[in-house]
Design a protein around this ligand. Sequence first.
Ligand code: PEP
Length: 251
Amino acid sequence: MRRPLIAGNWKMNMTDGETKKFLDKLKSLKNSDNVEVCIISPFTSLKTLTEFLNETEISTGAQNLYYEDNGAFTGEISPIMLKDLGVDYVIIGHSERRTIFKEDDELLNKKIIAALNHNLKPILCCGENLEQRENNIQEKIVENQIRSDLKGISEEELYSKLVIAYEPIWAIGTGKTASSDDAQSMCKFIRNLLTKLYCEELADSVRIQYGGSVKPENVAEIMSKDDIDGALVGGASLDAESFSKLINYGK
Ligand code: PEP
């Protein structure tokens, strides 16, 4: 049985002071036991986040890393630094990193390997843009991303660590959600691909999230699908009350 993972990706939002206020509010709100919950903040809030959530069941994540351990890489953050803070997850290959910061699959592959080497769980994002969806090549795009991003990584390294987030770019921050059937169909396609690349046992164990305008109003429908094991949530995770509704979707 896969335990769903609902993760809030704050992107470049929330100062450290705002993080403390958010966490204070979250404390008084009821938390769900049925899903694993994760908050993914900017680097500048990670210390506050990990210290505060240390005693709770809530996991923490970073939005990026660099693949080297240390050295002359001005402006970058290494997996060792994240691990030292007690961070659990790291997003790799978010579409904003792929498009705005031109991160390619070769770089993302190195980042995933670095995360795994340091016992950080990668949340690998994949997904097509609107033009690709209109040309009906979304499966090809996602397959190429996953094949390249996981290149050379063995099955053993991925067990209990890899999470995949299917995030159609046209649905991110736009208010347009993929239909739950389309999201399910792509998540199933990804699971079948993992069976082809590795084996059924691994494919059955990997959590595959959907991301793209998930809100309290549509989360239950999305989560009801067989191959969708959680959500990666941007905008709706920034407000403690809305985030709490999301993680308690089943109640
Ligand atoms: C995201 O940041 O990964 C995301 C899905 O954003 P939003 O929920 O705002 O569409």
